[in-house]
Ligand binder design. Structure first.
Ligand SMILES: [Zn+2]
Length: 348
């Protein structure tokens, strides 16, 4: 069969818009709202928010006897104010797993509990070469040595508190989105690329006037980066879960920025062999450029759902993302390939 046309311009524009919505885990409403508004324009979807804040979109299929779920997560890495230092700067606690080096020098926004937004940057506490010499390169980057330099006049905890900042305020990292020669370079392509792929697939079905083969749930998760995103909220009637999340690119990996990847095993063990085999056959039939890979330090919402007791077959596909949980990059080719794969799955 021929797959429906994918609106590549929409895919990149929607993704760029989503990347620019801050949504660290626990503070993802702005990202979720953006997704909900996009999906609300498709009358064939029923939308609901779970108590936990995830979005569940339901679409009826040509058959309803073996309902399926597809998931991607809108929450991202980020931080929270851990402490206001004696010099008025901030210590952070990380949200999600990443290396402190990966955010050194990055711009950030602090969201106060009073509704203010303050700008700043994340730096080593001994950042100046002219003052600290070799210590700048030799210091270990960790929660003790990294700080937020706020763009306000503050040298004391009192002055920082005066703008509304308190322990527990959320901090988002600047995504720095740039689209060049088909490459999309940004933080948080994990997993906003996956969300954009699902929304674009829904749009392609809509415009082609096609229904999924089976009743399908689209679950936009909001606690994936801390390990329990899909632990609740996916209806128990589903028989299969297709997780759409980034593929890990690097030395020794088959994944790259120009293919979709089927992950057959991650840190939590193998995915479902039968479902993975079916996805490979679909990709072969539809000439979708794909790789098969194993991710050594990786968990997904599939693992979260399985560990929570989900009785489903599960497979994981996604676009190759270079420098994941760092300043990431992918290519339109990988996004299109993954969207084709999602469409092939939905229609078969
Ligand atoms: Zn992810």
């Amino acid at each position: 069969m021929t797959l429906p046309t994918i609106d590549q311009k929409f895919l990149v524009e929607f993704l760029t818009g989503l990347l620019n919505k801050p949504s660290p885990t626990g503070f993802s409403e702005m990202g979720m709202d953006y997704v909900r508004q996009a999906l609300a324009s498709f009358p064939e979807l029923d939308l609901m928010l779970t108590h936990k804040g995830a979005l569940l979109a339901t679409q009826s299929g040509q058959r309803q006897d073996e309902p399926r779920a597809l998931t991607a997560h809108v929450d991202t890495l980020g931080a929270m104010v851990k402490e206001i230092k004696s010099n008025g700067r901030l210590k952070l606690t990380q949200i999600g797993g990443y290396s402190w080096n990966a955010i050194e020098g990055e711009g950030c926004t602090v969201y106060t509990h009073t509704g203010n937004q303050l700008r700043g940057s994340i730096l080593l506490d001994k950042a100046s070469s002219h003052v600290f010499g070799a210590e700048v390169s030799e210091s270990k980057r960790d929660e003790k040595t990294m700080e937020v330099r706020l763009d306000i006049r503050s040298n004391s905890p009192g002055e920082t508190r005066a703008v509304g900042i308190q322990v527990g305020d959320f901090v988002s990292l600047d995504p720095r989105v740039e689209v060049v020669n088909g490459f999309i370079r940004s933080r948080h392509l994990d997993d906003k690329a996956g969300v954009a792929i699902l929304v674009t697939a829904v749009k392609a079905l809509h415009e082609a006037g096609l229904k999924p083969a089976q009743k399908s749930y689209f679950f936009i998760s909001n606690y994936e980066e801390v390990g329990h995103g899909a632990a609740a909220g996916i209806p128990p009637e589903v028989t299969e879960l297709l997780v759409v999340d980034m593929a890990a690119v690097g030395n020794g990996q088959t994944s790259d920025e120009f293919h979709a990847t089927l992950c057959v095993k991650d840190s939590h063990g193998p995915y479902h062999y039968g479902m993975s085999q079916r996805l490979r056959r679909l990709a072969d039939t539809e000439n979708i450029p794909y790789q098969v890979d194993i991710y050594p330090y990786y968990g997904s919402d599939g693992g979260a759902f399985w560990r929570a007791g989900g009785d489903v077959a599960e497979a994981l596909i996604g676009p190759g993302v270079d420098a994941s949980h760092n300043y990431e990059r992918t290519h339109l080719d990988a996004l299109v390939a993954t969207t084709q794969w999602v469409l092939a799955y939905l229609l078969n």
